[in-house]
Design a protein around this ligand. Structure first.
Ligand SMILES: NC(=O)c1ccc[n+]([C@@H]2O[C@H](COP(=O)([O-])OP(=O)(O)OC[C@H]3O[C@@H](n4cnc5c(N)ncnc54)[C@H](OP(=O)(O)O)[C@@H]3O)[C@@H](O)[C@H]2O)c1
Length: 328
């Protein structure tokens, strides 16, 4: 495993992090024994950064992570997220910060995160989403700063709203957040234009999410695949979306083979290495559901870096397709 600094936190975090969404059960059935084995395998291979959220099964992901922490609390950093109080997701431009992240709500929510993770201080609390409508008066971040002073949390982050990831850029420039969590992958390369350069200028830690485009960029899904109804991907890849995605993934596979990496790198390795090629990136939180995926993803960081000409070819796979999370 290799490690990088997480911006101004000064923490040395593993290039491969653990994304804990599927542990919450919204990706179809998820056996708790598989989740524990996945976490154990990842930590044993040097993964020291785990991402979770209240929203991943109403705390189920946090609670299973808490089970593997005893005896390892000093070995791993755990980042969790607080969602806004009920209302539109993503927050509409007309939402008021004081209604979606009021102080009493944030305080109670942080206590629930502490309880689920069985700790008295969170390493990193991220607001799960944001709108640039709140940039002029980012009061929720001031409330979190007070909670930090009170010893409830160590660091503050934002997870970008997927429809407007650059909404976080102003917060980074004003030094209001320690970390930013962003979608950056072979299809979603827009962060390379502004967010990643600003992260370097401002020493903001960058946590990359969805590096496999919800699994598709591993190359294992075929066009006719049907996700179970209780897997959110049955909506994310609704209609002809999976078919269109698979066509593009197959072109990436051909590009990788032509570059001579077909035998050394899986498509998952290539997806991970593509994100890590930008030095602004601190960690890539690959979604992991079992011990095999933990082993494979942890091993990816020790594969050779992608050569410059292949990186240049892969940049052409940037895909301006809009936002798919609300389904088709
Ligand atoms: N802030 C937010 O709003 C937000 C949104 C999304 C994600 N996240 C965070 O980012 C993390 C990563 O994103 P993600 O989990 O949504 O998606 P992802 O990393 O793009 O895809 C993860 C999925 O790919 C498959 N996979 C993983 N490793 C593999 C391998 N080596 N070979 C083959 N298949 C593999 C697994 O699913 P299958 O085996 O079922 O295919 C896994 O659940 C999340 O877990 C979460 O922590 C945050």
């Amino acid at each position: 495993m290799k490690y990088r600094l997480l911006g101004k936190t000064g923490w040395s975090v593993s290039e491969i992090g653990f994304g804990g969404w599927a542990l919450g059960g919204q990706w179809g059935g998820q056996d708790e024994a598989d989740s524990v084995a996945a976490l154990d395998a990842a930590i044993d291979r040097g993964v020291n950064f785990i991402d979770t959220a209240q929203g991943y099964g109403e705390g189920r992901s946090e609670r299973v992570i808490a089970k593997v922490l005893p005896g390892r609390r000093d070995q791993v950093f755990v980042a969790t997220k607080t969602p806004p109080a009920p209302g539109p997701w993503p927050p509409s431009p007309y939402c008021k910060a004081e209604e979606r992240y009021p102080e009493s709500y944030l305080r109670a929510n942080v206590e629930e995160r502490l309880s689920n993770l069985q700790t008295d201080c969170l390493d990193l609390l991220q607001l799960h989403t944001w709108t640039r409508a709140w940039n002029r008066d980012p009061a929720p971040l001031e409330i979190l700063a007070r909670l930090r002073e009170e010893g409830k949390l160590k660091r503050i982050g934002i997870s970008t709203p997927e429809q407007d990831q650059n909404a976080a850029v102003e917060l980074m420039r004003r030094g209001l957040i320690d970390t930013v969590q962003v979608i950056y992958n072979l299809f979603e390369q827009e962060p390379a234009a502004e967010l990643l350069p600003v992260a370097r200028e401002t020493n903001t830690g960058v946590i990359v999410r969805v590096v496999f485009d919800e699994g598709a960029l591993t190359g294992k899904y075929k066009a006719g695949h049907r996700f179970p109804e209780n897997d959110f991907r049955s909506r994310y890849f609704a209609g002809d979306r999976l078919e269109r995605t698979v066509g593009r993934v197959e072109q990436i596979r051909r590009d990788v083979a032509e570059a001579g990496l077909g035998d050394t790198h899986t498509l998952a390795d290539v997806a991970i290495k593509f994100a890590l090629a930008d030095p602004a990136v601190s960690t890539v939180i690959t979604g992991i559901r079992n011990a095999d995926q933990a082993r494979l993803n942890a091993a990816a960081c020790d594969k050779p870096d992608l050569p410059g000409p292949l990186l240049a070819t892969l940049r052409r796979h940037n895909w301006l397709r809009g936002v798919w999370y609300s389904g088709k």
